[in-house]
Design a protein around this ligand. Sequence first.
Ligand code: SF4
Length: 364
Amino acid sequence: MLTQPTLTADSLVLDQSKSSSRLWLPKRVLFTPDALDEPFGQQIYERITTLGLPVEILKNNRLTGLRGATERETYRNGKNTLAVVKAPPGTFRLQPIPPSADWQMNLAEGCPAHCQYCYLAGSLQGPPVTRVFANLPQMLTNTAAYEQPGKVTTFEVSCYTDVIGIEHLTGSLAECITYFGGRPDAQLRFVTKYDQVNSLLNLAHNGRTRARVSLNTDLVARRLEGGTASLEARLTALRKLALPIQQGGGGYPVGVVLAPIMPITNWREQYTHLLDRLAATLNFDCDLTVEFITHRFTPGSKDVLTEWYPNTSLEMDEATRSQKRNKFGSVKYVYRADEMSVLRSFFYTEWRKRFPDAPILYWT
Ligand code: SF4
């Protein structure tokens, strides 16, 4: 079953092979005056200037002038811009986010990666700038009001960004992990496609953060997930996060988000290979869960994505899909019920074969 040599903790520490993602270094970093008034905003400022990145301090708190002459240019500028802002009052009213967690709490909105199926397309408005929140400590304190005694309340921080993709610039994820380390009735959840996890390994998480890595086949990762870490690097990162602290790892409860699942050519072979590699990577006892998410799109996300990635090989053909409506009447396109059922049965069987003790949290 094992398709690659067994990894050891030592080899992982040394193995920064070709596959690591490059650190995102934005060409433009903007700070609003309000963000710079925040002590956490000042910490971000220190990090950014230590990295030698040029900073522009805006005259007021509005982000303007981010559009280019064309949509292409707007996309390119946006993906090269980090804006440090103060989260508006509305962000303190948390939204439920089933099935992934009880509540979402966004430490940033926007992402430096270039996934051609991006979940943010169509849901975040305006140029795809990454906005980081300088008042994060207040946002964290606010989550206490959502905890319920006697129950573990879960908070998802990666709905609108890749938290590790920006961590070297912000330190925001470490701030969250440390905060939730002291909250016995809460759990933090994050997911990433990046692999720079070393700064998280020694944090006092106290088992109250579930660190998840988003995985897909090699081909999907290479073709559709621009700017992210390779599959090999993500597996290495997952192993580091999961390994016991005594063995040099982070000792985190971990998770795999298998997404977006797509019935590409030879999908059975390709996903079998992926699950085999995962089993070889996590060949020790660990607290592991999995979430299965199939590919879907909306009319709005398809419009944005075809503008951003006009040459994409991603299949978004409404004629081959089923329509699903939410309670507000908006439509998304998912795989047909017969196709879903074949996929679901394959993944459930193959997962349970390899990881009988690792719960499947949901299929969607
Ligand atoms: Fe979008 Fe997630 Fe990819 Fe970032 S990592 S581009 S948020 S799908």
